[in-house]
Design a protein around this ligand. Structure first.
Ligand code: DAH
Length: 354
């Protein structure tokens, strides 16, 4: 028994890890362990021998179990100490910078415009960027060979050789969504459509892709007065100050009468300031929807009438946030994006401010 005791206590003290410890436990006090086998021998002893050997064996078993448990705790502590020594963390170091994007001014302004007009009861509609020439032109009362077709610097999609159908176009304005929305929902209707439009043009204030928001309101008794009120409310909300507007008679094939709208601004020191001064800046086209356009949309012009408008979103962003060159909008220059971009937390809402 003393030999067993020496052997196991020494081995346990020297065990390198928990696996070795478990092997020792099985060898000593496991079912077929040496101490267990000795205990089985008790049955064959005389009662006198058993009275001496029994308590001794039990004591030995207890001693080995305690040594195993103590060694287990010691090994765990050592393992923890080793990890603590190796895996330390300096919580006073500054956090690593995580690349974070910004919201593009066009996205921000689109959200701002949508928030204002949604509050006036306009729903958001969408249409395809690749349009048929019918939706982009004919349905809007711009027939073939009408000068407006060439004025728009249209991008045409390719057709296969021998396919003589008129080519699709990259929509030159968001106005075709008027037709699609009227066809889909009929009258009365009140929608806006923000989206991308395309024209072959490139200078400080023109890019081949830019953004418009179309507005359309059709009902039984809608007049120019409603149009004027909506636009004046819109500009004041958007610029956060009372903005004077000027309606100039104009011509668009899809509206009759038509008006271009200017907003009041000053041009001092090369800077445009909206809502002050005695200058005017053209910002949108509008008018009463032409009866032929209502018809193309499947709406009876004898029963319904309404107004439409088209605003340039990019220009709205340039004016409000003082961005001088439109081309930079689409250069993907990170320095520009960080400077003019918005935090994702600056969600435009009417109550939170625009
Ligand atoms: N579609 C015109 C353009 O891109 C803008 C426009 C003018 C839209 C008058 C309208 C409108 O809805 O009524 O130049």
């Amino acid at each position: 028994m003393d030999d067993l005791r020496d052997k196991y206590l020494t081995a346990i003290a020297a065990a390198a890890d928990e696996a070795a410890l478990e092997e020792l436990r099985l060898a000593a006090v496991g079912k077929k362990g040496e101490v267990s086998l000795q205990m089985r021998e008790l049955g064959r002893m005389t009662p006198e021998e058993r009275q001496v050997a029994g308590p001794k064996l039990n004591a030995l078993k207890d001693e080995i179990n305690s040594a195993l448990a103590a060694k287990k705790v010691a090994l765990e502590d050592a393992a923890l100490d080793a990890r603590l020594a190796e895996e330390w963390l300096d919580v006073t170091l500054p956090a690593r910078d995580r690349p974070r994007g910004t919201i593009h001014p066009v996205s921000q302004v689109t959200e701002e415009i949508t928030a204002i007009l949604a509050d006036m009861g306009f729903a958001v509609a969408e249409g395809p960027q690749v349009e048929t020439d019918w939706y982009n032109f004919d349905a809007l009362n711009i027939p073939d060979h009408h000068p407006a077709r060439t004025e728009m610097d249209t991008f045409y999609m390719a057709r296969a050789d021998g396919d003589n159908r008129p080519p699709h176009v990259l929509r030159t304005h968001t106005s075709p969504v008027q037709i699609r929305s009227m066809q889909a929902h009929g009258a009365p209707i009140r929608i806006i459509c923000p989206g991308r439009v395309y024209r072959a043009d490139y200078d400080q204030t023109h890019t081949p892709m830019f953004h418009q928001v179309e507005g359309l309101a059709i009902d039984k008794d809608i007049s120019m007065a409603n149009l004027k009120w909506v636009l004046e409310e819109f500009f004041s909300a958007y610029f956060g100050t009372k903005v004077k507007t000027r309606f100039r008679a104009s011509h668009f094939p899809f509206t009759e009468p038509s008006a271009e709208v200017d907003i009041q601004c000053s041009f001092e020191g090369g800077q445009v300031k909206v809502g002050e001064g005695d200058g005017w800046l053209e910002v949108l086209g509008s008018g009463m929807v032409h009866p032929k356009v209502l018809e193309a949309g499947g709406i009876d012009p004898a029963e319904w009438q309404g107004f439409a408008f088209g605003i340039g979103i990019d220009r709205m962003a340039m004016l409000k946030y003082g961005i001088p060159d439109l081309r930079a909008f689409f250069d993907s220059d990170l320095r520009w994006l960080r400077h003019y971009g918005f935090s994702a937390l600056q969600v435009p809402t009417l109550h939170g401010g625009l």
